[in-house]
Write a protein that binds this ligand. Structure first.
Ligand code: NAD
Length: 291
């Protein structure tokens, strides 16, 4: 069997086209969805992500505000900037690029963002809403995975989803979104004994660890759908995932590549959440205009 490639770039392009159309409609009603991105320090990877987010935002006609601060920024200063953005009517989404320098408590920062503008979906209120099946901002990477599966027409209900990784931003919320869609979910992590035993039972296998080639052919059930979230560098410095792509593609039914897999979907869902926030914040005005 040779797996079909799930082309994240192509799916992201389709979703972005629809977002752009909606942005145009909102702009005709004098509402421009706005995303504020805060970057603290000089982490090169963070800077690259922020640049990609800013570019994507502008391409879709959204307003993008980038706020950059030095590595030694104090926590209070950051919290008061977030409060200003919470009140700013031109901003519908606030994102603080992680990781933050040591002197800043990440959870305090996440909790300072208004849940109504938390387009990353990391605030405990949004996590709680997601867990209880309510409308919420879903974390962008897990949400992107669900949208990809929808695009290939794969119904996860009744399927066994095995998630490798239990971070708050990818692993845990991915499992929750699968559960919300009636999958049976198993989590594996750094303390799991016999990883392959669990992963071999997966109808859908999500790898979100950050270890190159962690998932080999021996970890995969024939016909499984394999989603590779990992972003690592190979010996030549090329981007690669957690899955041994060349071996696993001969066993899986579907597989996401790295790059051009989950990555483009993550940014797309951030833009989707920003648009959703703008529509929600201006709900009354929009309803009045439609009357
Ligand atoms: P993290 O470091 O916060 O979490 C890694 C998880 O892997 C932990 O829960 C840990 O328990 C688990 N783990 C570690 N070693 C393991 C092992 N040997 N076996 C099984 N599980 C093990 O990382 P994260 O933020 O969740 O990101 C995971 C990967 O996904 C990274 O490579 C990251 O760069 C990538 N990522 C990609 C995107 C994207 O858009 N494509 C978005 C976010 C993260």
């Amino acid at each position: 069997m040779t797996a079909k490639i799930i082309d994240g770039k192509e799916i992201a392009h389709k979703v972005r086209k629809n977002i752009a159309k909606e942005v145009e409609i909102l702009k005709a009603k004098k509402i421009t969805p706005g995303l504020a991105v805060i970057l603290v320090g000089n982490n090169q990877a963070s800077r690259a992500y922020v640049t990609m987010k800013e570019k994507a935002c502008k391409e879709l006609g959204m307003y993008s505000l980038l706020l950059e601060y030095p590595e030694d920024l104090g926590q209070d200063e950051l919290l008061s900037k977030i409060e200003e953005l919470n009140q700013d009517k031109s901003i519908h989404g606030i994102l603080v690029q992680l990781p933050l320098p040591k002197q800043i408590n990440e959870m305090a920062v996440i909790e300072a963002i208004s849940p109504e503008k938390d387009v990353d979906g990391f605030h405990p209120i949004n996590i709680g809403r997601m867990m209880t099946g309510q409308d919420a901002f879903y974390p962008c990477t897990p949400y992107g995975i669900m949208v990809m599966l929808e695009h290939i027409g794969y119904d996860v209900a009744g399927k066994h989803a095995v998630i490798v990784g239990r971070s708050n931003i990818v692993g845990k919320p991915s499992g929750q979104l699968f559960l919300n869609k009636n999958a049976t979910v198993t989590y594996c992590h750094s303390r799991t004994t016999d990883l392959a035993y669990h992963t071999k039972q997966a109808d859908i296998l999500v790898a979100a660890v950050g270890i190159r080639n962690l998932i080999t052919a021996e970890h995969v059930k024939p016909g499984a759908v394999v989603i590779d979230v990992g972003m690592n560098r190979d010996d030549e410095g090329k981007l690669c995932g957690d899955v041994d792509f060349d071996a696993v593609k001969n066993i899986a039914s579907y597989i996401t590549p790295v790059p051009k897999g989950v990555g483009p979907m993550t940014i797309t869902m951030l833009l989707f959440n920003t648009l959703k926030s703008a529509k929600k914040i201006h709900e009354k005005e929009l309803q009045a205009l439609n009357c």
